[in-house]
Design a protein around this ligand. Sequence first.
Ligand SMILES: NC(=O)c1ccc[n+]([C@@H]2O[C@H](COP(=O)([O-])OP(=O)(O)OC[C@H]3O[C@@H](n4cnc5c(N)ncnc54)[C@H](O)[C@@H]3O)[C@@H](O)[C@H]2O)c1
Ligand SMILES: O=C(O)[C@H](O)COP(=O)(O)O
Length: 616
Amino acid sequence: MALATPLRRLLPVAAAPATAPDPAAPSSLTPPRRALSLRHGRLRSSLAAFPSPSPEPRSRSLTAPSASASAGGRPTVLVTEKLGTAGLDLLRAFANVDCSYELTAEELRAKVSLVDALVVRSGTQVTREVFEAARGRLRVVGRAGVGIDNVDLQAATEAGCLVVNAPTANTVAAAEHAVALLASMARNVAQADASLKAGKWQRSKYIGVTLVGKTLGVLGFGKVGSEVARRAKGLGMDIIAHDPYAPVDRARAIGVDLVSFDEAISTADFISLHMPLTPSTEKLFNDETFAKMKKGVRIINVARGGVVDEEALLRALDNGTVAQAALDVFTEEPPPRDSKLVQHENVTVTPHLGASTTEAQEGVAIEIAEAVIGALRGDLAATAVNAPMVPAEVLSELSPYVVLAEKLGRLVVQLVAGGSGVKVVKVVYSSTRDPDDLDTRILRAMVTKGIVEPISSAFVNIVNADYVAKQRGLRIIEERILLDGSPETPLDSIQVHLTNVESKFGGALSDAGDIRVEGKVKDGSPHLTLVGSFSVDVSLEGNLILCRQVDQPGVIGKVGSILGNMNVNVSFMSVGRTARGKQAIMAIGVDEEPEKEALKLIGDTSSVEEFVFLKL
Ligand SMILES: NC(=O)c1ccc[n+]([C@@H]2O[C@H](COP(=O)([O-])OP(=O)(O)OC[C@H]3O[C@@H](n4cnc5c(N)ncnc54)[C@H](O)[C@@H]3O)[C@@H](O)[C@H]2O)c1
Ligand SMILES: O=C(O)[C@H](O)COP(=O)(O)O
């Protein structure tokens, strides 16, 4: 097996089975009772070569192809909101693109089962029902923007669907819009404009307030918040910020003090909101918090409508606590036509225009198109929202170990006898690297994939591996063994132990009674190096027969000739024994699956005490 596969391509979403995960799956993993009863048709080896959805020749991916990809076709991308042309052009060069705007929820559900990726902005609700309707085909949701509050991330993760966003391209546009609202609110620009156009000349009515020397409280000191702060400093404002997760140094570097929430809201003359909408920020601005604000405060919201209790804001405007508000975003978009908040004379509104500049939209479109295409190809997604982001160089280094991890999982689960099912998996990494220098998340995910996929209808990738394991009552314990030596290669070996299970092949049991297999990477290829307590050395390719026998001359020859007589090509063979004349394990790699008759003859061979046939 060639392992030239660039690891960037090994990530999660290149493919999916056409079937959805089995909702009626058992809570633990009970493998088939007989080795030969494995449902071969359902063994989706991630290593099987398959046509790539990409127009370019691609390498193998660790995941199985989607319906369209497996048919050798281009993937299909559904775009449900207007996207910049540069991004659309990129998508069209790679995929069939269906631009269908203003779909009803029902229409969206009808379309998603026909597409591999979905690209949305904030106006499309990608709900659990959408993922269910996709029936396993949808592999990527691309959010052309920052906020992913319109995507049900949990449902996406459960479906193994990667969500990517475009987090940087609209930052400046949003910050500029916040500053535009801040300045126009302070000088009543919108109200005065409407008044003059209505034929009035009301100079004394529209006396504003100055910005210089006023305190701006920036709530949420992330990308947009810090850009707003930088710009407002240029307007002569004093800036304070509150963000529980922002680094103090970054704030200090641009002359901003990070303060507590209460201090920010009680001392600011202007408050600009820049946090995401999450369960903990929903309605964070409510009657109680408005009551703590300085009387006559002015509020700008370019973040999300849902962080403000809009009825409480209306009350605060009416009682003068809040002098003015400038709102780009609303709990319900578009807001009702008769919304008292929108109609309020001290409120300036824009229809969610924060990201709407020509430049930002082109940038966002390119950013999301590249992310979606990369994800469909199985590349590392740098802007993944629901999957671990493993740096490209780490992935590249881990490439052969990723293959090894899945092979070991696939192999070990086939050694389990029916019965109680697999509940605890221990993965032991031996490495000279400090644990902090070894990111094992992708390896853990691939062991899980190897264990779960052969015995269920679940599709497992790096997005949903932990979820699937949990759902099935599978506990994955990771342990490290720190070896002496120079940390040039990331790992020496990976062991996978299944505890508290019976094995159909007693030779696979360790002294502690676990089913144990170990593998190493040799010359870039995965090798099986330990079965139970027996050292072997076989390349993990094709199919494998493990035989346990009494160590004596002639057994290897007998088994070899049974296979030869049946036209089964032996690709490699390795024997490991405890001591001369005692127990030995013979590991035989075979290209073809032997007929049952051949397997029976092996079983009947004198000195062969047990054997098992395994598909890798
Ligand atoms: N109106 C628009 O068109 C528009 C455009 C871009 C971004 N946005 C919105 O602006 C917001 C910020 O975007 P961003 O790109 O700066 O995101 P970001 O992730 O860079 O910054 C968000 C910041 O909010 C902080 N935060 C989280 N919970 C908080 C809390 N309880 N109190 C204070 N801070 C908290 C985070 O630590 C983070 O630093 C998002 O809601 C995004 O959806 C709107
Ligand atoms: O979160 C964002 O990126 C902004 O709210 C922009 O949303 P939009 O893509 O719908 O303009």
